[in-house]
Ligand binder design. Structure first.
Ligand SMILES: [Mg+2]
Length: 437
């Protein structure tokens, strides 16, 4: 299992603040001295276990350090894809993260096929941080902020129905959630099949079965007005205290999206996400987004499915959207996302990373990344551990994790989280038994 990352901060008194962090970490963990006489660190194994529904990646080295990464819980099928990259990693120095990534980054694609590469990238940073005795945010350039804003996409309560009143009552519960969110995202329109299918004739097509969010088409007056009424009811609950963002699509026609956006302009909606394309659509269609973006004062958002900086080029350079939402577990990792966020910032575009299914290792990756993102950062989508036992098998997270809608950035080396191996082993599948050995 390598070196425990627990208790490091507890061993450092407040008076030690003047001492450099690296010196503290070197004293707290012996990895750097231990490595000094051993030369280059090498990757000896790449493993993947499906824990709950989250694929977890473990990169093992010849010097007792392991790094962990995680992929979305929506991808329990990912193990063979992760292991495909093993042939390219063995023998490489994991602390040369960029050089290792050059070997594998071209063999990925839009969601879900960029997630194995992304989880590996995050595990490499975990190793690089531990080897240096530094938290990952330091390796990404250092922190801009001591606490990072989160937004609610995953803390949910059962719906009682599909009327505006039902949405208002449900929003009241999210407003009162213990995490103290300052920004809440709600699914509406084609991103919310229950809302759309609760009406007769909400749009000019039949409901589709198949992959998620497969409905698409021209809205009827009834459909559009019902969605707007639900949004108005939710916004009345939140007032000007808490922001409301809307995950809308994909599936909207451009003019419907423009009419919808303009109707909501008085409500100061924080962003409209994935109206036209997005989610799992492997084509961002910058030209259509630009027409929508130029037609409203609301912020238009997309990008959770996009893999690599190259595929954000059109959206950013054409200023086709106002907010991008890459997911570090799909875009190619945390340094990849930071690069994109910096480029977006040069173009006046904001960033709100997607993360609802990213799990608790993913949460740690988000925190380190968000600490180092430029000032166009809004907040990341807060991943929750599902099932609940995830909170018992991961160590190193703050308790409570979220306070008043923020997470305090921690200073332990690497991602600063690891597994309670004994507790975690109880949740391993039979064919993953050797994952922690
Ligand atoms: Mg979305």
């Amino acid at each position: 299992m390598g070196i425990s990352r627990r208790g490091f901060l507890g061993s450092v008194s407040a008076g030690a603040a003047a001492t450099s962090l690296a010196a503290q970490n070197t004293r707290g963990r012996s990895a750097p001295e231990k490595r000094a006489g051993q030369g280059k660190i090498k990757i000896t194994d790449l493993r993947c276990a499906i824990i709950g529904r989250n694929p977890v990646v473990r990169i093992v080295t010849d010097q007792g350090i392991s790094g962990y990464g995680q992929a979305e819980s929506a991808k329990p099928y990912l193990k063979p894809m992760v292991l495909f990259y093993k042939q390219y990693l063995i023998g490489e120095d994991p602390t040369d993260v960029a050089r290792v990534m050059l070997k594998i980054r071209r063999m990925g694609a839009f969601k879900p096929w960029g997630s194995a590469v992304s989880a590996i990238e995050i595990a490499l940073w975990d190793i690089a941080g531990q080897a240096a005795g530094l938290p990952v945010y330091k390796l990404l350039g250092g922190k801009i902020r001591d606490r990072v804003r989160i937004y609610n996409g995953g803390v949910r309560f059962p719906m009682t129905g599909q009327t505006p009143q039902d949405y208002a009552e449900n929003m009241q519960k999210m407003k009162e959630a213990k995490e103290g969110f300052t920004l809440i995202k709600q699914a509406v329109g084609f991103h919310n099949p229950a809302m759309m299918r609760s009406m007769q004739n909400g749009w000019y097509d039949e409901p589709r079965s198949g992959p998620p969010h497969s409905d698409r088409g021209l809205l009827t007056q009834r459909g559009l007005e019902h969605i707007i009424a639900c949004v108005e009811a939710m916004k009345k609950v939140l007032g000007d205290e808490i922001g409301l963002a809307l995950d809308c699509g994909p599936g909207w026609m451009v003019k419907d999206a423009i009419t919808f956006a303009r109707a909501l302009e008085p409500y100061h909606i924080t962003w409209l996400e994935d109206t036209l394309t997005g989610d799992y659509a492997p084509y961002p269609n910058a030209q259509l987004f630009k027409e929508l973006t130029q037609s409203t004062s609301l912020n238009i958002h997309t990008g959770e499915e996009i893999y690599l900086r190259e595929n954000f080029k059109d959206l950013i350079e054409q200023q086709a959207v106002n907010v991008i939402g890459p997911d570090p577990e799909d875009v190619g990792g945390i340094a990849e996302l930071k690069w994109i966020a910096e480029y977006a910032d040069l173009h006046g575009i904001l960033v709100a990373p997607h993360g609802i299914f990213d799990g608790l290792i993913g949460l740690a990756a988000h925190v380190h990344m968000a600490a180092a993102l430029p000032q166009n950062y809004i907040g990341f989508e807060y991943p929750i551990g599902q099932p609940d036992w995830w909170y018992d098998i991961v160590e190193g997270l703050p308790n409570p994790i979220a306070k008043k809608g923020f997470v305090d950035v921690w200073d332990t080396p690497g991602l600063g989280v690891t597994f309670n191996v004994n507790a975690a082993k109880a949740h391993l599948n039979e064919d993953d038994r050797g994952f922690f050995d």
